[in-house]
Design a protein around this ligand. Structure first.
Ligand code: ZN
Length: 250
């Protein structure tokens, strides 16, 4: 079983009637239900207002893949929790960053760049082209798929060059955007996926649900947990005998 934690700031669903109508139980519940369609995924949710944002050491220790949705409250996510999540990514936990999560502290911290983009909220059509049909995240998708009403995100997207480009979007208004790509940070696999604006029912879309399932399975931790701890190897423990020479600061 792949253990998944679906994280959501869960604010606009409570404060905005349009969003509440589309996601009465919150976007995290909708995303989690979509993932649970796959019997191989064990899914829990966590939200900003829970103690430690629902991301305690115990929860993260038992998480193979974390999905992240945030928009209006990025600055309310405590720095020590961001560091905790980043450490787990370096150890090998997978991370799916969704839509406006491009500006989350955790994504910016892992990318090391601004992660900025341009945007427009006009409910226009988006066509997502598959760049690599052989990639496991694109499995089951045709040459492209469309979302009838969405928010536009456009280039330039302030990210470092990705390891793999999987989707590119075209919007009815004419802009284009790199909307699905991957990176490795430490032992952790990261997938950014663009769709998901809260005033449109995008996480109810069957193709979006399929890509999230594919993405989680791709990002799942593999191999054993490891993080660089910069250990000192004393002279007497060197694999071959050596004589110390010169000065030392230690
Ligand atoms: Zn949005």
């Amino acid at each position: 079983m792949i253990r998944v934690t679906v994280w959501n700031e869960f604010i606009h669903e409570k404060s905005n009637p349009n969003v509440r109508e589309i996601y009465p139980e919150g976007m995290h519940t909708c995303i989690a239900e979509g993932l649970r369609e796959d019997a191989g995924l064990e899914v829990r949710t966590a939200t900003l207002d829970e103690p430690e944002h629902g991301l305690t050491e115990t929860v993260l220790e038992a998480t193979d893949v974390l999905t992240w949705w945030g928009h209006t409250a990025h600055e309310r996510v405590r720095d020590e929790i961001v560091l905790r999540v980043r450490k787990r990514v370096h150890e090998g936990m997978g991370l799916l960053v969704l839509h406006s999560g491009h500006y989350s502290k955790i994504f910016k911290s892992l990318m090391g760049t601004t992660c900025s983009l341009c945007w427009r909220e006009a409910g226009e059509k988006e066509r997502l082209w598959v760049c690599n049909p052989a990639h496991p995240i694109a499995k089951g998708i045709d040459r492209y798929f469309e979302i009838e009403h969405t928010e536009m995100y456009g280039e330039p997207f302030g990210i470092p060059p990705p390891d793999e480009q999987i989707f590119v979007s075209w919007f009815a208004g004419g802009e284009v955007f790199r909307s699905g790509q991957t990176w490795k940070r430490g032992n952790g696999k990261i997938f950014y996926f663009r769709p998901g604006h809260e005033t449109y029912p995008i996480y109810h879309d069957k193709t979006v649900k399929l890509i999230l399932k594919n993405g989680v399975k791709w990002a799942a931790a593999s191999g054993s947990k490891w993080i660089d701890s910069a250990p000192n190897i004393p002279v007497e423990q060197a694999p071959e005998p050596i004589e110390p020479w010169g000065g030392s600061v230690h």
